[in-house]
Write a protein that binds this ligand. Structure first.
Ligand code: ARG
Length: 568
């Protein structure tokens, strides 16, 4: 059924009030209590606009409007209040969920549109640490939501496999490398070499020249350098793969910096032709002073390309390869400046698609007990955090002394789900502190809480001896008359619109919060309304409501990349 806020938008945009649909949408409020209706439009802004008393505006707006979705539309002082026709509403919503099941809310709005989502993008031969969780999980969820809404998504892992740090790696390996050690514990050992080299180079700066030489060799296709680089890359990817598997995160390709560097010479040529490149102290830059940005360095004074140059080449090539509608970069806000420069250079080069390149930033994550810095070598590996979460969950399950059979499997689903959920709960732009007590709290606004609610719903359905065939048909829901039932159904209905808003703003937390709200509303309903009652109609309607809720929770979690368990 139609989203009710959109219905209000439609009703009001027929009136000539000089507001866009989005503006009307944003005006809609949810009144603090049901006596004042389900939705409300405050008329203060309009009053200012038309220089009229807001109460008069509210009264005028009411004239002649009606809709089958609302049983009453009323003006009270400066507000226009909408009262939903509950019985009609509940019936529409629940029958739609029972009919569509896990396709509830699926859409074809994205048909024919290519959306690149670039996420994770770790650097080769560096640890995959807790900081990487953000881009990896947020990107994965954006992909799932876009897909569900019909878009053709291309998931790219833009691995950092290029740059002077590979010169450092090779130089360090040539000095101290031990193949056995590296094969045993690749990332740690490569990291040790890297850290050691940086430390030594602080004392002997000329070591950095050696490193740069090795990188130049690599750029020029030197056999030994290339072989080592490929090896570092293979063993790193194999390590990353384990984490991606644990997280159930996949990519369509791993076209990283090296892959795209093929087009760097073309970019430089083009920048020259377009008179954008100027020499500056031996380096080549694009001057962005006019736009309040620091210069975009294209070629360093030592002749090598930069991270930015590679991104310019990548964006142009992506447009060619995928003709994207949007090219989304899920990258920390620390790189805001970089993406501003990137877009500006693309714009100056005359590429209209610069505006479809979208940087989706996010804040930092820190552990309650320490920070990370790759250069000093003190890092918290993401894989360790995930395994610890599984282990801690298993302990909790065992303490509860339940008779669950597949405890290990459940611990894995709940443990991983808990970490993901926590990651997705706050708006992405905020910094957050990773805290075990919060992540694994079964009663808070957490993954385990929502998964537990799902398992509870499934347990009620088992007690009711419900099977899915009983949910086929068109049902009456006239016996669902309590506030708790209505509130729950309202949250189920708004799930659909939440997905679209989450897509528009690239904000997975909208979905996480909606699913949490549904779980809380379900628990309130469950605590106030006995389900397995004698009245067969009431019982049946409440069982179907329970089933519909379980579907939407499962669907919501699956879009967050989180699994459910039937018992917990
Ligand atoms: N590899 C980079 C890093 O670890 C992130 C890449 C971001 N994506 C991009 N297109 N620049 O910081």
């Amino acid at each position: 059924m139609k989203d009710l806020k959109n219905e209000i938008v439609d009703i009001l945009s027929k009136k000539d009030i000089g507001l866009s649909e989005d503006e009307i949408y944003d005006l809609i409020e949810i009144p603090p209590n049901q006596d004042m209706g389900d939705f409300s439009i405050p008329c203060f802004t309009l009053a200012k606009k038309f220089r009229k008393n807001p109460a008069i505006i509210a009264k005028e707006l009411k004239e002649g409007i009606e809709s089958k979705y609302f049983e009453k539309i009323d003006n009270v002082n400066a507000y226009l209040n909408f009262y939903v026709n509950k019985n009609y509403f509940e019936k529409e919503v629940l029958n739609e969920i029972l009919d569509k099941k896990l396709d509830y809310g699926r859409s074809d709005m994205g048909n024919g549109k290519n959306i690149i989502i670039e996420y994770s993008s770790p650097n080769i031969a560096k640890p995959f640490h807790i900081g990487h969780i953000r881009t990896t999980i947020i990107g994965d969820v954006l992909k799932r939501i876009y897909k569900f809404l019909g878009y053709n998504t291309i998931a790219i892992n833009y691995i950092g496999d290029y740059g002077t740090q590979f010169g450092i790696m090779i130089a360090a390996y040539k000095l101290w490398g031990d193949d056995d050690k590296i094969n045993k514990d690749p990332i740690n050992e490569l990291l040790n070499l890297y850290v050691k080299y940086n430390a030594e180079a602080e004392k002997n700066p000329e070591m950095m020249d050696d490193a740069r030489d090795y990188f130049n060799k690599l750029e020029n296709g030197d056999e030994e350098a290339t072989k080592l680089w490929n090896w570092f890359k293979d063993i790193s990817l194999r390590e990353f793969e384990r984490v991606y598997k644990l997280l159930d995160v996949e990519f369509d390709n791993f076209h990283g910096e090296a892959y795209n560097s093929k087009w760097i010479p073309d970019v430089i040529e083009e920048l020259k032709e377009k008179n954008l490149l100027i020499e500056d102290d031996g380096a080549y830059i694009v001057d962005l002073k006019k736009y309040d940005l620091t210069p975009a360095i294209i070629i360093k004074s030592n002749g090598s390309s930069t991270y930015l140059t590679r991104d310019i080449a990548t964006a142009i090539n992506r447009k060619r390869e995928y003709d994207f509608n949007k090219n989304i970069y899920v990258v920390a806000t620390q790189q805001n400046l970089h993406f501003k420069q990137l877009k500006k250079v693309l714009e100056l080069m005359g590429y209209d698609f610069f505006d479809d390149c979208i940087h989706i930033g996010f804040g930092m994550v820190s552990m309650k007990d320490g920070v990370m810095s790759t250069r000093k070598g003190k890092v918290i590996f993401l894989e360790d955090v995930l395994n610890k979460s599984i282990e801690k969950t298993l302990n909790i399950i065992e303490e509860r002394k339940t008779d669950l059979e597949n405890k290990e499997e459940i611990a894995k689903i709940v443990g991983i789900g808990a970490v993901k959920f926590q990651e997705l709960y706050n708006s992405r732009i905020k910094d957050y502190v990773f805290d075990w007590d919060e992540v694994l709290n079964f009663d808070g606004e957490t993954g385990p809480y929502v998964q537990y609610t799902y398992a509870r719903a499934k347990s009620i359905l088992r007690k009711a001896e419900f099977n899915e065939d009983q949910a086929k048909g068109d049902f009456e829901f006239d016996k669902l008359t309590t506030d708790e039932e209505y509130t729950l159904i309202k949250s189920l209905q708004s799930f659909k619109d939440t997905l679209v808003r989450a897509k528009d703003k690239c904000e997975p937390s909208f979905v996480t919060r909606k699913v949490t709200e549904i779980a809380a509303n379900f628990n309130r309903y469950y605590n106030s309304s006995p389900i397995l009652v004698d009245d067969p109609d009431l019982r049946n309607q409440r069982v179907l409501l329970t089933y519909a809720t379980s579907i939407v929770i499962k669907l919501g979690l699956s879009l967050l990349g989180i699994d459910t368990v039937e018992k917990m």
